[in-house]
Design a protein around this ligand. Structure first.
Ligand code: SF4
Ligand code: SF4
Length: 351
């Protein structure tokens, strides 16, 4: 799908374009929610359906990830009675989803987990995913804590359109020829959409090349500090572009326990109870064990299973959301150092 033509549209022309697109698509993009932030008088930026150019908040990173649209924090899957069930409504229209290169790469990881993880596909994920096309938002500035270039998530070719926002206008690049008719009266431009080439924050993403090394890292003292620092709130994983864990709950209506709905709710390996088994056994008791598990899964476990690289796109949302100011990149750098230490010790032993 390589077919790149660029057009320059004023804000008004963007609004006319969006109106035409909305005949077929619902448009979702980051939107500023005034006073909707975690602290008093702070905003949050969430994915919402948009209708106008002015609705889109492109100057800052969204607080939560694009996965909000495909897998909302809470979602009703179906309604049931004693002997029947009714599926929740699927999307009525196709969806155009605005996101950055890292966000779109994160959906590749979501696809891997929901659609290519064993013999069954996740029905509810698939029914929305197959209707989604992407509009790449060009990163014209870097945000604090971004490290997409360190994990190779700074470029993508999964988008149908790309947009570069300017004050009162935007450049739009077409990759998917299906969108060409929407631009037949638009003014063409030589502008080329750029991908980030370098981040201010550089992270040495650790490479764990064997289960032996993973096991030795498990015992490393670097994790101990997180017993005091991490409170196991799960904010980092809810905000994470690539985390997918959820739990399902049957909500029964009053009076009749056989009538209700099944909900899927975002969950986290960082919260108490996530790994509790029938009989009361829990695999990871302390917050340092939980944090170690999360990091090792992103760095090692995911890639050991799928061989597609790390389970991270360097969006920086986890560190931005952590109330304890725990930096994921700093943890990765510590992990890289621990790997070097272990390899050096092994070298000495071999001698
Ligand atoms: S681990 Fe952090 S940086 Fe990586 S994808 Fe998740 S939120 Fe983004
Ligand atoms: S690392 Fe931070 S955000 Fe994540 S569970 Fe611990 S305290 Fe919460």
């Amino acid at each position: 799908m390589k077919h790149e033509k660029t057009y320059l549209l004023s804000a008004d022309e963007c609004n006319q374009l969006f109106a035409k697109l909305e005949e077929r698509y619902d448009l979702y993009a980051p939107v500023r929610i005034p006073a909707g932030g975690r602290y008093a008088q702070t905003d949050s930026i969430l994915y919402r359906q948009i209708h106008k150019y002015e609705d889109i908040e492109y100057r800052e990173r969204s607080t939560y990830a694009m996965k909000e649209v495909l897998t909302p924090i809470t979602q009703t899957l179906f309604y049931f009675t004693e002997d029947e069930y009714q599926e929740s409504k699927p999307p009525e229209k196709d969806i155009l989803l605005f996101g950055r290169a890292c966000d779109i790469n994160a959906i590749k990881i979501q696809d891997q987990i929901y659609l290519k993880n064993g013999s069954d596909e996740d029905y509810f994920y698939k029914r929305i995913r197959k209707r989604v096309k992407f509009v790449l938002m060009e990163c014209t500035q870097q945000f604090e804590g971004c490290f997409c270039c360190s994990v190779g998530a700074n470029t993508t070719d999964m988008h149908s359109l790309a947009i570069s926002f300017r004050k009162d206008c935007a450049y739009l690049e077409i990759r998917d020829p299906e969108f060409e008719p929407y631009f037949k009266d638009s003014k063409s431009s030589d502008y080329e959409i750029q991908f980030p080439k370098e981040n201010e924050l550089k992270v040495k993403y650790p490479v764990i090349d064997s289960i032996d090394l993973a096991n030795r890292l498990k015992e490393h003292p670097m994790w101990n500090e997180f017993d005091d620092r991490c409170i196991g709130c799960g904010s980092c994983t809810v905000a994470c572009s690539t985390c997918t864990c959820f739990e399902t709950t049957d909500i029964v209506y009053t009076q009749n326990a056989h009538v209700g709905e099944r909900r899927r709710t975002c969950s986290s390996c960082m919260v108490d109870g996530f790994d509790s088994m029938a009989g009361g056994h829990c695999f990871r008791q302390t917050t340092s064990e939980k944090y170690r598990y999360k990091i090792m899964h992103k760095v090692y476990g995911y890639n050991a299973r799928f061989h597609t690289g790390p389970m991270c796109v360097g969006c920086g949302r986890c560190s931005a959301r952590c109330p304890q100011l725990i930096s994921y990149p700093a943890t990765l750098n510590k992990l890289s150092k621990a790997i070097e230490e272990i390899k050096q010790e092994e070298g000495k032993t071999d001698d």
